[in-house]
Design a protein. Structure first.
Length: 494
């Protein structure tokens, strides 16, 4: 059986050394595109607004439309990768990314930029879940689990690319204008596509993967045979009605949040109705899009999602709101703004490595929450005449938590999620992060309106500081966060 699998698994079956550089390189390159594009645009929003005559309330859509697309597409494409094969989904996503880059770089109007970001959100969302499925299939082929160092590289690629996004965006805007932020996706997608075509094995029949996984897999793992059958010409495994209900509820909520200065209260009615129908349907579907029963019984995991969403709400308020204030009120160029944000990026990178080496979860997350509160307090007293050193310190106060939050909450998901549902649990963590980012966009539009001024920055900082204090309480009082806790996989070992 093993010989047959390797012969069909191609293209480097004879010479690939397990989880080597050739297999992981395209996976890492593709996986960094989504987080990179979520933050890279922050230093181009002002220039885009000036060119098309729109303000922060409008440019906030460029942020939110990508998060909305990603929040829905990540779990959908992850399930699709399980059904038809991860290599196909990975390559298709890169084609969409390249197309989105061309649309954005050549956009004649602001509406085309929204289309570009929508396509970008869908295309980049294929990479991470497909990469996890590729690694799972390779682990099945080799008969051993994916090395933790490989999974660590995926996490670092996501966090690192998000952290350097504002700085890279500033450099691109300075060198090629804001269109460079969109155009850069084209060559990256082409390189990732070519390397994936050469080095990622062709997809094997999904029933063969299910057979090699063995009969001992629990039903919550998707019972890979069931998942394979669902993926073959059937929509049953995707729960299309659940996806539509979730997308509709989230879309209405996003539209409401993006115009908090003049809220359309009537939108809350469809949000409530769609959420109620979604809940009813998910509790009755045999393979629901969102496993509400698991979430209702697993309070520690639910608190992890809440903590993760709140944390990124505060972080992204600074990522987007602080950068716009630096350009419009402080008068810095896009390049200078990127350089001011550099300490934040470096602190996030360093602390992501340090956070991955810590054994406990509560300590790093508590430190992160306290620093978020301190950073919000500093912003409350920030004005156009604040010394540059204080601005750099403020950025670092948000960079350190960004690194600790990413690794800490990922460890919490690994500890609290069922071992046979870790993939879907990780996808929901990403969704919580996206919802936090979308809410941050709404808060920015409420605080700034047509221009990023001191008063708007102080309003945003005050809300962020209050949320950070709530985050401290939520973290300190969470008894499930204990040092040395076993992961769900370890608890199942004899």
């Amino acid at each position: 059986m093993r010989v047959a699998f390797v012969a069909r698994g191609d293209p480097v079956a004879g010479g690939r050394a397990g989880f080597g550089a050739r297999l992981t390189a395209p996976l890492l390159l593709g996986s960094l595109l989504n987080p990179l594009n979520t933050t890279m645009i922050s230093t181009g929003l002002v220039a885009i607004g000036h060119d098309f005559g729109v303000g922060p309330a409008d440019t906030a859509w460029l942020v939110s439309v990508l998060y909305l697309a990603s929040a829905v597409a990540q779990p959908v494409l992850g399930r699709l990768a399980d059904g038809i094969g991860p290599r196909r989904v990975f390559l298709a996503g890169l084609v969409v990314v390249a197309a989105s880059g061309l649309v954005g770089a050549l956009a004649p109007g602001f509406g085309w930029l929204l289309v570009s970001r929508l396509l970008l959100g869908i295309g980049t969302s294929a990479a991470y879940p497909a990469a996890m499925a590729v690694l799972r299939d390779e682990a099945t082929r080799l008969g051993r689990p994916t090395p933790r160092t490989v999974l660590g590289r995926l996490s670092f690629a996501a966090l690192g690319s998000a952290a350097i996004g504002p700085t890279l965006g500033g450099l691109l805007v300075a060198a090629a204008g804001w269109r460079g932020i969109f155009a850069v996706n084209v060559p990256v997608a082409i390189v990732a596509y070519a390397s994936a075509l050469l080095w990622i094995p062709k997809d094997v029949p999904r029933d063969e993967v299910a057979e090699r996984d063995g009969p001992g897999r629990s039903r919550a793992d998707g019972s890979r045979a069931d998942r394979s059958r669902a993926g073959k010409g059937s929509s049953g495994g995707l729960d299309p009605l659940g996806i539509l209900l979730f997308s509709g509820a989230l879309s209405c909520l996003v539209v409401f949040l993006l115009d908090l200065r003049d809220p359309m209260w009537w939108l809350l009615a469809p949000v409530v109705v769609l959420a109620a129908v979604l809940t009813w349907w998910q509790l009755r579907h045999p393979r629901p899009f969102i496993d509400l029963r698991m979430l209702g019984a697993n309070h520690a995991l639910a608190r992890t999602y809440l903590r993760h969403g709140l944390s990124y709400l505060v972080v992204y308020c600074v990522m987007y709101g602080f950068t716009q204030w630096l350009e419009e009120s402080r008068g810095l160029s896009s390049l200078d703004t990127g350089l001011v944000m550099l300490p934040m990026s470096l602190a996030a990178l360093v602390c992501s490595l340090l956070g991955a080496r810590t054994k406990g979860i509560r300590g790093p997350l508590t430190v992160a929450a306290v620093l978020l509160a301190a950073g919000g307090a500093l912003l409350l007293f920030t004005t156009g005449s604040t010394p540059l050193a204080v601005l750099l310190l403020t950025g670092a106060c948000f960079g350190i938590p960004q690194g600790l939050i990413g690794t800490g909450n990922q460890a919490a998901v690994q500890q609290f999620a069922p071992a046979d549902a870790i993939g879907s649990a990780a996808g929901l963590q990403r969704t919580a992060q996206y919802v936090g980012a979308i809410t941050a966009s709404g808060l920015i539009s409420l605080a700034y309106g047509r221009r990023a001024d001191d008063a708007g920055l102080h309003l945003m900082a005050g809300v962020g500081a209050v949320l950070a204090v709530a985050l401290v309480v939520l973290t300190v009082t969470d008894r499930a966060l204990r040092t040395g806790g076993k992961t769900s996989q370890e608890r199942q070992l004899p």
